[in-house]
Design a protein around this ligand. Structure first.
Ligand code: PA5
Length: 440
């Protein structure tokens, strides 16, 4: 089981920057009680570890027959798969025969490079969109669709759609062209969907057993409502982060894994935290980080900059490799002391030293400990952070499953690109472009 260390947030450790155990435990109990009322149907993500995955496994077998596997999707439809690829098959495209591309940002140059590498005849394209209406995903889908058809290839053989069970443009196309489909359950929203076919098909395609991911997540789902706080680290973490904001005005949350394989987990978590909680003037700003690299980039700011941050370390006890640093240059102390240690010792010692330095400077910090990085613990950390974020949303009193703030930008894009029904927004864009601003 992954563990949470939170003593470096307590008053006895960091003085007036800290909070008391009593305050934390009161709030933690409240978060469990709020969650137990299941106030949102979208909490269905907690049931995902118990789903039937036979169809996903069948599609996974099919995906193994293709040399290239492309995901088209963005936000919650791309970041979870990116984490799985990076954590469970690092440097996949250099090491493995099956090449995987996750195309999310509609950058034309990225598109060009992917096209130069792949052979469409050997490519399976998984279009992931819960709504089936996201401009970025649909635009890249349209391009690939035309390319597949222009090459006289069978669209049924080269596309899979992962989308809402009933609604949306992808459903319409799937019905007409008999495109194989996987479902994102109706009540599961994008950024909480990694444990659906969104993440699990990719896992199967790269040879990871999705049941192991779900087994890890199950251990968290089973504890989410547990009122015995020693069994419910999610409630502690949600409550610590919430109180650090509300009582100590700590508005920046630095998410700091010490593992390259968890680099994208920072991005995934930052989307989850920002989009779920940033509402009604509430929420805190997540900052995606990576250790040890950011010790040489950001640490100065965390140690001596504004008193507005909480640092959340994620450490890995066993990295799975024990590369020893050779004992050379005995007469040069600057190199001698490194000899005989391992890279694992070094990265973990650097983390410990940073944690201690922050504590000594009275900076609030906490630590999530992963015993190792494998399918089981990746499943656990996904579900762990999803539960923490939902609980935090309930403590803030916001709906952690909607994102009303992103709608306006989408409507203006539709208007600018001439979508019917968005003429007013289109005009607004034209007027804005005509305005004389302060341009230098
Ligand atoms: O969490 C969310 O709902 C969003 O971030 C979505 O994942 C993102 O906007 C993509 O949406 P869709 O899957 O509908 O294309």
């Amino acid at each position: 089981m992954i563990r949470l260390h939170f003593s470096n947030i307590l008053t006895e450790e960091i003085g007036e920057n800290g909070i008391s155990l009593l305050e934390i435990e009161n709030e933690a109990k409240k978060s469990i009680s709020l969650l137990s009322k299941k106030p949102y149907k979208e909490l269905e993500f907690l049931d995902l570890p118990f789903q039937d995955i036979s169809k996903i496994k069948d599609f996974g077998k099919k995906a193994k027959d293709y040399e290239y596997f492309i995901i088209l999707g963005i936000g919650g439809s791309a970041l979870g798969p990116k984490v799985l690829l990076e954590a469970l098959s690092p440097f996949n495209n250099l090491r493995k025969e099956k090449k995987v591309f996750i195309y999310d940002n509609v950058d034309p140059a990225t598109f060009k490079y992917i096209i130069e590498i792949i052979d469409l005849k050997k490519t399976l394209i998984n279009v992931i969109s819960k709504s089936g209406s996201t401009a970025e995903t649909l635009a890249s889908f349209l391009i690939f669709w035309k390319m597949i058809r222009d090459k006289k290839l069978d669209v049924k053989e080269h596309f899979i759609f992962t989308t809402d069970p009933e609604k949306g443009n992808l459903r319409l196309i799937a019905n007409e062209y008999e495109i194989p489909c996987l479902e994102i359950p109706k009540n599961v929203v994008g950024r909480y969907s990694v444990l659906t076919a969104v993440g699990l098909l990719l896992a199967e395609a790269i040879g990871v057993k999705s049941e192991e991911i779900l087994e890890g997540a199950r251990a968290i789902s089973e504890r989410a409502f547990n009122e015995n706080l020693s069994e419910n680290p999610m409630a502690y973490l949600a409550s610590c982060l919430y109180l650090m904001d509300r009582l100590k005005n700590r508005k920046v949350l630095v998410f700091l894994p010490y593992s390259d394989r968890l680099r994208t987990l920072s991005e995934w978590f930052c989307q989850l935290w920002a989009e779920s909680l940033g509402k009604e003037g509430k929420g805190t700003t997540p900052y995606p980080s990576i250790g040890t690299t950011d010790q040489h980039s950001q640490l100065q700011l965390w140690m001596e900059g504004p008193e507005d941050k909480v640092i959340l370390f994620v450490t890995v006890e066993n990295h799975g490799f024990q590369e020893e640093i050779p004992e050379e240059f005995h007469n040069i102390e600057g190199l001698r002391y490194l000899g005989g240690h391992t890279l694992e010792e070094l990265i973990n010692t650097e983390q410990l030293a940073t944690e201690m330095a922050l504590r000594k400077s009275k900076k609030p910090n906490m630590k999530i400990v992963l015993p190792k990085i494998n399918a089981y613990y990746i499943g656990q950390i996904f579900q762990f952070l999803q539960v923490v974020t939902s609980m935090a949303g309930l403590l803030y009193g916001v709906n952690p499953f909607n994102q009303p703030g992103v709608e306006l930008g989408k409507r203006l894009t539709y208007g600018a690109l001439g979508k019917r029904g968005f003429e007013t927004e289109g005009q607004e864009v034209k007027n804005y472009l005509k305005k004389k601003g302060f341009i230098v």
